[in-house]
Design a protein around this ligand. Structure first.
Ligand SMILES: [Cu+2]
Length: 168
């Protein structure tokens, strides 16, 4: 009885998310919301023992009618949380802090990923170990603060999902 109820619930959930079936994967998919902003697929990479920084990657969707900006945050694993951008400068990949934040236009999604926009956890308090998780809080200029759990993946991990079908 209990078991069949649980299965029915899981089945119903499966139907509801069938449109996103290609996104289902083994690790828990934590989705966090604040106002019109949705944050999902938050992950980081394991770090070498003395690494001063770690990257944070996730997808942000703005389902509202006004633009918002990711301006920073805080975390249990670092002194500070910055929003960074990787860019090619004279053939060299460099990164810089987005002082005025990362804009997410209404109705659009922005993927933070290795080689592009990312969260930078600076002043790392401890190494990040693959398979563990940590908590952070991200701040949007308008929507406010949202709690996000990051899953730590391998040092060389790439995004699990091909999001190109969202953009093209
Ligand atoms: Cu960075």
């Amino acid at each position: 009885m209990m078991r069949s109820t649980l299965l029915a619930a899981l089945f119903a959930l499966g139907i509801a998310t069938v449109a996103n079936a290609q996104h289902m994967h083994s690790e828990a998919t934590a989705i966090a919301n604040i106002g019109d902003m949705t944050v999902e697929h938050a992950w980081s990479r394991a770090t070498p023992s003395a690494a001063p920084v770690a990257g944070g990657y996730l997808t942000i969707r703005n389902s509202g009618k006004a633009a918002d900006k990711l301006i920073g945050g805080s975390s249990e694993i670092s002194q500070a949380v910055e929003v960074h951008e990787m860019a090619l400068n004279n053939g060299v990949m460099t990164m810089r802090s987005l002082a005025s934040g990362l804009e997410i236009k209404p109705g659009e999604s922005v993927q933070l990923q290795p080689g592009g926009y990312h969260i930078m956890f600076t002043g790392l308090k401890r190494p990040l170990k693959q398979g563990e998780t940590f908590k952070a809080q991200l701040t949007f200029a308008h929507a406010g603060k949202v709690d996000v759990v990051f899953t730590i993946r391998a040092m060389n991990a790439r995004p699990e999902h091909d999001h190109s079908h969202h953009n093209n």
